[in-house]
Design a protein around this ligand. Structure first.
Ligand SMILES: Cc1ncc(COP(=O)(O)O)c(C=O)c1O
Length: 394
């Protein structure tokens, strides 16, 4: 098999795009296509590395693509937040020496054994039964995950994981008694552009650590940082500064900070191109939908960053009107929950291009009805000579 055939089989495409529109007009794809920009990912990583007052890791769940992990490894990322053994294997393949934080607080015994075989020494817990399940923990980092009733994110992350403050005090004491390195962690909820939840959580972590008589080894402030979905990009620097200040103000001896962004790290590096299959009255059928890369739009409003053009590249500039949008499957539930504002002159075979689609999109797509696969095309507007070992995946 040639390198190109092999790349296509993996879902990648070896013809580099200078702009998504040029590529779409040239190739006329009928299936969904993701355009991946390693330059954009590198720039986002650099914003985190220079702005965040601690170690920057990546939450693999947001997008475990080989091209993502390899790009992050190429540019200095040393540690990753993993939620499963499959994610551990994916990171090890891209970066054999990476440190792995296993921050899924509930694990089976088999998963714990496999994780140990991957060299995991950093875990999170939110209940005593999960600490017991780990067995001997001497010298290992155990981050107690806290939950507080705070608003600010797109939806509530505390409904599944997290210990209340009183339980967190008891867990920290147990970790210490058993010879573990006691840390704390929390997640303010995804797509959170307000620094207030982090400030609130950090202060609570300091109080809990003091109540347990523990000096925290590290404080992991989670993911949750907002991606650019509306007209303006969120102000990450404001959040980074607030985190640093809250930590200095709340702890006598501030612990080392860690963050584990998923969405905000990867969203901007991908653009998704969809094709219009049919248009009638107030309804549009697309070649992808809720069972595919738009699955997250069931719970989050669609990003305000899309434009449409004809198959020969003419922008659709008609006034926007709200349309019911269906995906390609035969299921009538395959419909976006709210109508999408789309240009009135939109036609079948047009392309709809959506920026900022790198997080929780291709990794959530199902194969229902035979749909759900999307090619990934490298997009390198600045320097078509791609470098770095991530290039090997295309
Ligand atoms: C423990 C943990 N860390 C980090 C993340 C990444 O969150 P986000 O993509 O909002 O940055 C998640 C998301 O579920 C998570 O559960």
């Amino acid at each position: 098999m040639s390198k190109e055939q092999e790349a296509r089989t993996m879902g990648f495409h070896s013809d580099i795009a200078t702009t998504p529109a040029d590529w779409l007009v040239r190739h006329q794809p009928d299936d969904p296509v993701f355009f991946f920009s390693p330059d954009t990912l590198r720039q986002t990583l650099s914003r985190f590395q220079t702005g965040f007052p601690g170690e920057v890791t990546y939450a693999v769940k947001a997008n475990p693509g080989t091209e993502v992990l390899a790009t992050l490894a190429d540019h200095g990322m040393q540690a990753f937040d993993v939620a499963s053994c499959a994610e551990m294997a994916q990171v090890r393949a891209a970066h054999p020496g990476a440190r792995l934080h296993y921050h899924n607080p509930v694990r089976s015994r088999q998963e714990i054994d496999s994780a140990r075989a991957f060299g995991i020494t950093s875990w999170s817990i939110d209940r005593i039964s999960e600490l017991d399940k780990l067995g001997p923990i001497e010298g290992q980092e155990i981050a107690v995950r806290l939950k507080l009733p705070v608003a600010g994110a797109a939806y509530d992350f505390g409904s599944k994981f997290g210990a209340d403050p009183q339980t967190a005090v008891a867990l920290l004491r147990c970790v210490q008694d058993r010879g573990g390195r006691a840390s704390m962690t929390f997640h303010p909820g995804t797509q959170c552009d307000d620094p207030a939840p982090w400030v609130h959580y950090i202060k609570a972590c300091a109080d809990i650590a003091a109540g347990a008589g523990t000096a925290l080894h590290r404080l992991n402030v989670g993911g949750g940082f907002a991606a650019h979905r509306g007209q303006c990009a969120p102000d990450l620097t404001r959040v980074f500064d607030a985190i640093g200040q809250a930590s200095r103000a709340s702890f006598v001896a501030p612990p080392r900070l860690v963050c584990e962004p998923g969405r905000a790290m990867i969203a901007d590096a991908y653009t998704l191109a969809l094709r219009v299959k049919a248009v009638s009255d107030d309804t549009v059928f697309l070649n992808d939908g809720l069972y595919g890369s738009l699955m997250e739009w069931r719970d989050l409003p669609p990003p305000d960053r899309m434009h449409a053009f004809s198959a020969d590249g003419q922008p659709r500039v008609g006034a926007q009107s709200p349309r019911h949008v269906f995906g390609p499957t035969c299921d009538s539930l395959d419909r976006l929950p709210v109508p999408l504002p789309l240009p009135q002159d939109l036609q079948a075979e047009d392309y709809l291009v959506i920026d900022g689609m790198g997080a929780y999109a291709n990794c959530l797509a199902t194969a229902f009805n035979g749909y759900g696969t999307a090619r990934i095309v490298p997009h390198q507007a600045q320097s078509p000579q791609m470098t770095g070992h991530w290039r090997d995946v295309f």
